[in-house]
Design a protein around this ligand. Structure first.
Ligand code: CTP
Length: 409
């Protein structure tokens, strides 16, 4: 039933019609923040509210933030005299119920149709994402847990609540999670699961090669491309391990994150996690050399010039290429300032990869530390020049080729 409506050339949720059902929890104010985030990335948001949700936040707040009328009643307010629950569920791409109270979970899991939100969910033939938020004891009660189980069995996507201090003064599980978690759930529910059940290892960021306790050699990689790839693979249903050098990015939700510093640490983490992986994507900018010795104490300046002795790091991608298990797909990156295609083909052959993503590092809208990229995909029998697009979009295009390569196995 699920089809992909996320367009790979558009960033995230742009143009996606989201029908948000807000129910009566203190976390309703956070849902108002989520509407702002959705509108910021040009999603089209329509809000439904229960009466108890309106006790916490005025429907006017949601109307102002979404730029749309807020729906509260099944029949009374509909000017056209048609049934709101049918039209609302028809004219949307996805339903998001957040925050979902224990009462709402119970209503939805039992197929009740006694208010606008429950009836709309019943009538919907679209993906449904539910974000429970409540007191910890209510959440852990067997009745709520059984309701969650049942909702999962209907194919709805449940987003785990966060743990921490709750509005009721207690500590525990039950908080509405951060927007990023809900956003990933929405994108996951809208994306075709063509990597379902596959293990994907992605590397990202720079490495740091220690010189002394105060200094290291590194490069300008921000990790954005690798993190976008990890998120995109997760949305397509993959089980993702992200081996990351030091970067200034949040851990993506639902992904196993292995943090490393040096090329040697990255090598051992990648070789360990690549076992059993269907796909390995090496987006990290691994240092080719490291100082021959990392000094135990800080190097002091002297009058005469200083020379650094560097030794070569192992090429992790080439090692993977030599030892790959049958059917494993290997994707490498090539950060280039000239001869893009030739370098792409050279690295494809030398490293035994299936695909090399050639990155122009000289442009101001491509390469290091920007949100956009323009790459060339080099494969044995095909070269694809991609236009300038978001790193999220680029990640999806790369994974389209990975899926095609997996299908050719
Ligand atoms: N790579 C690797 N291990 C290394 C160096 C690079 O796995 N020690 C991987 C990178 O993650 C990337 C690919 O090899 O996927 C190409 O990296 P790049 O730095 O562009 O190429 P180099 O092999 O360093 O070649 P050159 O210095 O000639 O550009």
């Amino acid at each position: 039933m699920k089809e992909s409506i996320v367009k790979s050339d558009k960033p995230g949720l742009q143009g996606v019609r989201v029908l948000l059902g807000v129910t009566g929890s203190i976390a309703a104010y956070k849902a108002a923040e989520w509407v702002r985030e959705l509108v910021k990335e040009e999603a089209l948001v329509t809000v439904m509210m229960t009466d108890s949700a309106c006790e916490f936040v005025s429907s006017l707040t949601f109307a102002a933030l979404s730029g749309n009328r807020v729906y509260r009643q099944m029949f009374a307010e509909d000017p056209e005299g048609v049934m709101a629950h049918i039209n609302l569920s028809r004219d949307t791409d996805i339903l998001l119920i957040a925050p979902a109270t224990a009462q709402t979970l119970s209503r939805l899991s039992h197929g009740m149709g006694d208010d606008l939100i429950s009836t709309t969910v019943l009538a919907a033939r679209k993906p449904v994402v539910i974000c429970p938020a409540m007191n910890t004891n209510m959440f852990l009660h067997p009745a709520s847990q059984q309701n969650l189980e049942r909702l999962r069995s209907y194919g709805y996507q449940l987003v785990d609540p966060d743990s921490g201090s709750l509005a009721c003064g207690e500590e525990g599980t039950g908080r509405l999670p951060e927007w990023d978690v809900a956003r990933e759930a929405l994108l996951g529910a809208l994306t075709l699961n063509d990597l379902e059940g596959r293990k994907v290892v992605v590397t990202a960021g720079p490495t740091r090669e220690a010189l002394d306790p105060a200094r290291y050699l590194t490069n300008r990689s921000s990790g954005k491309m690798g993190y976008a790839l990890a998120r995109a693979a997760r949305r397509r249903g993959a089980k993702v391990t992200l081996v990351s050098g030091p970067v200034d990015l949040d851990a993506p939700p639902g992904i196993e994150l292995v943090r490393v510093q040096s090329a040697r640490q990255m090598e051992s983490a990648v070789l360990e996690h690549a076992q059993g992986a269907a796909v390995v994507v090496k987006a990290a900018a691994v240092a080719d050399y490291r100082p021959a010795t990392a000094q135990e104490h800080k190097i002091k300046k002297k009058a005469e010039p200083m020379h650094l002795d560097l030794v070569k790091n192992n090429d992790i991608l080439a090692t993977l290429g030599q030892n790959r298990r049958p059917g494993q797909i290997l994707v490498g990156f090539a950060a280039e300032s000239q001869n893009h295609r030739q370098e792409g083909f050279r690295k494809l052959t030398e490293k035994g990869a299936d695909l090399i993503v050639v990155n122009d590092i000289l442009g101001s809208t491509t390469g290091f530390d920007v949100d956009t990229n323009q790459v060339t995909l080099v494969e044995q029998n095909q070269v694809t020049e991609l236009p300038l697009m978001s790193k999220e979009g680029t990640a999806n295009q790369i994974l389209n080729r990975v899926v095609a390569l997996l299908e050719q196995q």
